[in-house]
Design a protein around this ligand. Structure first.
Ligand code: ZN
Length: 137
């Protein structure tokens, strides 16, 4: 166990020195920013829908088209949020080959492109799941 830990620590240090995952972190953080923007848009659209319904009820009028347009917009934003979440999850579950930079499944042992042995250090991708949880409802 001690030897394994030693290798793990060294591999981790090497990975950090090479900055092999820097690009990946940038992509995920950009996506998280975009995700936060979508969530803001969704909140605004729900407020908009609330206003439309309020005006209708208060003035005893109908605004079916306004309500339908707002619902369509909410559904659209929700779809984009789901798609973005899928993309983020997909990147998270990849291991970046330090030799050629291609993405591999997280449980892969060797790179599917160049055959390089994928290091244990790549598996610490998993800990970033906690960073993402704040965006879950
Ligand atoms: Zn490779």
């Amino acid at each position: 166990m001690g030897v394994f830990e030693d290798i793990f620590v060294k591999a981790k240090a090497a990975a950090g020195a090479l900055g092999e995952k820097a690009g990946q972190y940038v992509d995920v953080s950009k996506m998280n920013i975009k995700l936060a923007e979508f969530k803001g848009d969704l909140k605004s659209e729900f407020e908009n829908l609330g206003k439309i319904v309020y005006e209708c009820e208060k003035n005893n009028i109908e605004n079916r088209s306004g309500i339908n347009a707002s619902i369509a917009q909410i559904d659209n934003i929700t779809l984009q949020i789901e798609e973005l979440k899928r993309q983020i999850a997909s990147i998270r579950n990849k291991v970046i080959c330090k030799s050629c930079g291609s993405q591999n499944e997280v449980d892969s042992v060797y790179c599917s492109k160049c055959g390089e042995k994928l290091s244990e250090s790549s598996k610490n991708n998993k800990k970033t799941e906690d960073d993402f949880s704040e965006f879950d409802d």
